[in-house]
Design a protein around this ligand. Structure first.
Ligand code: ARG
Length: 569
């Protein structure tokens, strides 16, 4: 149950006006409080305390109200009945929306022949959690790994291979497109070195850069040799991409379709743009003007064809919109990228609007901040390179292993992996998405404090209590201790939290909720022993029920964050 919603709707109905409901941190005066009497009294020119006294009896009539009291200048505090809390918390969460939307979610969106790096961490982890939350609420989502697989970087990689293997058949005039070229496959590690090497060379060698540009245009134009070579390295890259994604426990993408797939729709998109007279010649290129008279900030045109006739990143995104329109026809498209792409998406959304593909309110770009090292600059590995995603996963694994060994425990590798992943992911989820944060491999792996391991540890503890106790019949309510009460009320705030995390596209809301929940669980665990000798059967049964309810909610939160609960810790 969404307790807040339930109580607030019931109160509004009873009073006949909308009361503003607060949930005080300190619950000793009440579980909810409202300033409704003060607001209404002011409107009607009455004394707030008198007005509060007038509406109090009405509130007391509500079946979930234990007591209502007036405080200060006219606040009303409301305390809920224990049995109401008890039965409400025992019901499984159910928050399927009445208005399911079709949502295309574009995250991850890795680049072919460029290994995944720290810049892909947030789009992957946060994107996956937002997707899980959207599904949990009942929306239909379609996740896209909109790969960078068709632009200049492909030209650079092919140019690099050509430079090093000019004798390979792909570059010969008599190239035979029907032969088998699988023996030219390189290892993924080797493939990873091409792009950085090519970029470094292109910086100093204008001829090489020019060649890469020409190759890009020819690749897109269907050059058989370049396309055959592309088909050799593309699957190698997709495979290692998928391996890293699996390691992160990200749900598989519904569609691994990127720029190349989008570019298949160039004809209808170009036709649409020409019919609407939107393509404008500019220095040998063709662009779409998206500037409005009301703009104060610069708003450059969107490049559709560059001067070599190749389609750049901007253009493929227009075609991707077209593809999504004619396939999913989504109610919403949510893009999750680095904040530095803000302008790109502003431009894209304007094209969507002027072409009539999608109205602006259906398109959303979430731009995330940078992950920094302790020096406040983008996080690098010790050797000074931008950290690869696999390196980061390994680094966290090492840190967890060290801690486990120090604590004298002996945990299987699988468990270490699970804890390490939770450390990495939870840390990412709990930060405000739109800001930068400082990444410290040491502190994120701590078993105490606001960390993934702490969350898992709490869940493991609940599971182990339930396992030790064996399957017990669910108990009747005796009376709730303060710890139980606080915990169950927090559990009744779960649905509101998930909804708010979704509405605000903010995973920190669910991560911080999970942490608060764990704090309350651990207070309950310490102050309300269950399996200790001398606890009477009824109390024990009730505490076990609370434990089970808490475990279920925590496990759901953990699942929404894409983490797994290990057997032991
Ligand atoms: N591949 C791009 C990058 O790494 C991100 C693509 C985001 N999605 C999109 N439809 N443009 O920067």
């Amino acid at each position: 149950m969404n307790l807040y919603k339930y109580v607030s709707e019931a109160i509004n109905e009873k009073l006949g006006f909308k009361a503003n409901l607060e949930t005080p941190r300190n619950r000793s005066f009440g579980d909810f409080s409202t300033n409704a009497a003060m607001v209404m009294a002011k409107k009607e020119g009455k004394n707030p305390r008198d007005f509060a006294a007038e509406i109090m009896p009405k509130l007391s009539e509500l079946d979930f109200v234990e007591s209502a009291s007036i405080a200060g200048p006219g606040f009303i505090n409301i305390k809920l009945r224990d049995d109401f809390i008890w039965y409400a918390a025992a019901k499984p969460h159910d928050m399927k929306t009445q208005n399911p939307l079709i949502i295309d979610m574009d995250y991850g969106s890795y680049n072919v022949a460029k290994s995944l790096h720290i810049g892909h961490l947030r789009t992957s982890i946060v994107g996956d959690t937002l997707n899980r939350i959207a599904k949990y609420i009942g929306h239909k989502t379609i996740s896209y790994n909109h790969m960078g697989d068709w632009g200049r970087s492909m030209g650079l990689v092919i140019a690099w291979i050509k430079k090093n293997h000019p004798d390979w058949p792909f570059f010969k005039d008599d190239f035979n497109p029907d032969a088998d070229y699988s023996k030219y496959a390189m290892s993924p590690e080797e493939l990873d070195t091409y792009y950085p090497a090519a970029v470094a060379l292109a910086k100093t060698d204008e001829k090489f850069m020019e060649e890469a540009r020409i190759i890009t245009a020819k690749l897109q134009g269907g050059h058989p040799g370049y396309n055959a070579l592309y088909n050799v390295f593309f699957p190698i890259s997709l495979k290692s991409m998928t391996e890293t994604v699996n390691k992160l426990n990200i749900m598989p993408f519904d569609k691994n379709l990127g720029e190349r797939n989008a570019a298949l729709y160039i004809e209808p998109v170009e036709k649409m743009l020409r019919e609407k007279n939107l393509l404008v010649k500019s220095d040998g290129a063709e662009v779409i003007i998206v500037k409005k008279d009301t703009d104060n900030a610069p708003m450059p045109p969107v490049m559709f064809y560059n001067s070599r006739g190749a389609v750049p990143y901007d253009a493929t995104d227009i075609m991707a919109l077209y593809y999504r329109k004619i396939t999913d026809n989504p109610d919403k498209i949510i893009y999750l990228t680095d904040i530095r792409q803000k302008l790109h998406f502003e431009q894209l959304f304007r094209v969507a609007e002027i072409t009539g593909l999608f109205p602006p309110e259906n398109l959303e770009h979430i731009g995330y901040g940078t992950i920094n090292g302790s020096d406040g600059k983008p996080f690098k590995t010790r050797d000074g390179n931008a950290a690869g995603l696999n390196d980061i996963i390994d680094m966290i694994n090492e840190a967890v292993k060290k801690r486990v060994i120090e604590s004298g425990k002996n945990l299987p590798k699988e468990t270490i992996d699970t804890i390490a992943l939770a450390a990495l992911k939870f840390n990412d989820l709990m930060h405000d998405l739109r800001s930068d944060y400082i990444f410290d491999p040491e502190s994120v792996t701590s078993f105490e404090g606001r960390t993934g391991p702490y969350i898992l540890y709490t869940a493991v503890r609940l599971n182990s209590v339930l396992k030790k106790a064996g399957i017990k019949k669910e108990s009747k309510l005796c009376s709730l201790s303060e710890e139980e009460r606080n915990l169950l009320i927090e559990i009744l705030d779960f649905e509101r939290t998930v909804q708010s995390a979704f509405d605000n596209r903010a995973t920190d809301i669910i991560a911080n909720y999970a942490y608060d929940l764990c704090q309350l669980i651990n207070t309950f665990y310490h102050n309300c022993p269950i399996l200790r000798e001398g606890i009477n059967e009824e109390t024990k049964a009730q505490r076990l029920t609370v434990t089970r309810i808490a475990r279920d909610t925590l496990a759901t939160a953990i699942d929404l964050m894409g983490l797994k609960i290990p057997e032991e810790m």
